[in-house]
Write a protein that binds this ligand. Structure first.
Ligand SMILES: [Zn+2]
Length: 268
């Protein structure tokens, strides 16, 4: 073998090694990704309308279609690396997470955070919309191992690796980790958890008793009922807010239903 053949061979080996390393980094160990991201939550509520890898491999995220203006939340704490208007992504927010991942939230109707902002897991950062290259109201959500790169996508991974295998039509709820298996479970939970409850104040009731009874904060009751102090009177009707939390799911017995179906609930 002459010098040039050796050089070409060495180059080929070097390139194939690089390719291996790169794909290892980008798509590598699913188990490791699953462990890193086991506490992530779905960024919004809606129905899965398109999956990763469709459109001839061009679709690098997952689409969740829902109501215009629906809250869009960060899946994990982090720092906003970009918040701007793009002709393709529309109003878009990028969040870099301490675990080393970067997530992208696109086609928003409204952005609520600026570049450099520190965000908590579940914090509302924007609202669902249809800006940019989008047909219909939905959130386009991407996950990258490492930082997102313009026009050079070697980092995106299938969100199903993080959240478990779903399919088009599955309902997902912000604050939960795994797509629901069927519409009926979802509808049932929504009816149970998102309708308001009214409490008529009985003799001896205090706001603290009522808060404990419904597993909510005193402050939430005061806010919803516009109370300026903790004084309540017998016969008064109080609106009890019922935010969707694992505590409420637990209190209405749905954790059992979900775990029977093999569904993980964040924080339980
Ligand atoms: Zn999309």
């Amino acid at each position: 073998m002459n010098f040039y053949s050796k050089l070409v061979l060495a180059l080929l080996i070097f390139i194939s090694l690089l390719t291996c390393l790169e794909s290892g980094q980008a798509f590598g160990n699913e188990e490791a990704i699953h462990i890193d991201t086991k506490d992530w939550i779905f960024p919004t509520s809606g129905k899965i309308s398109d999956e990763f890898g469709t459109r001839g491999g061009e679709h690098r995220g997952i689409d969740i279609s829902g109501s215009y203006g629906e809250s869009v939340r960060t899946v994990e704490e982090g720092e906003v690396t970009k918040s701007y208007y793009s002709s393709s992504y529309g109003h878009v927010i990028f969040v870099s997470h301490p675990s080393g991942y970067e997530t992208v939230y696109a086609h928003l109707s409204n952005r609520l955070v600026k570049e450099g902002a520190k965000v908590q897991k579940g914090q509302v950062i924007g609202q669902m919309g249809s800006t940019g290259r989008s047909s219909g109201t939905h959130l386009h959500f991407e996950i990258h191992v490492g930082a997102w790169e313009y026009n050079n996508d070697t980092t995106s991974i299938d969100p199903y690796i993080v959240f478990g295998k779903g399919e088009v039509g599955h309902e997902v709820l912000a604050n939960l980790h795994t797509p629901y298996l069927s519409d009926s479970v979802h509808t049932h939970i929504e009816q149970q958890t998102q309708s308001e409850v009214h409490h008529i104040v009985k003799d001896g009731d205090t706001l603290w008793d009522i808060a404990i009874q419904y597993e909510i904060e005193v402050k939430d009751i005061m806010d919803v009922n516009e109370l300026s102090d903790s004084l309540i009177v017998v016969g008064q009707e109080l609106t009890i807010p019922k935010p969707l939390t694992s505590a409420h799911l637990k209190s209405i017995g749905f954790i059992e239903v979900l775990s029977t179906l093999g569904i993980e609930v964040n924080g339980v």
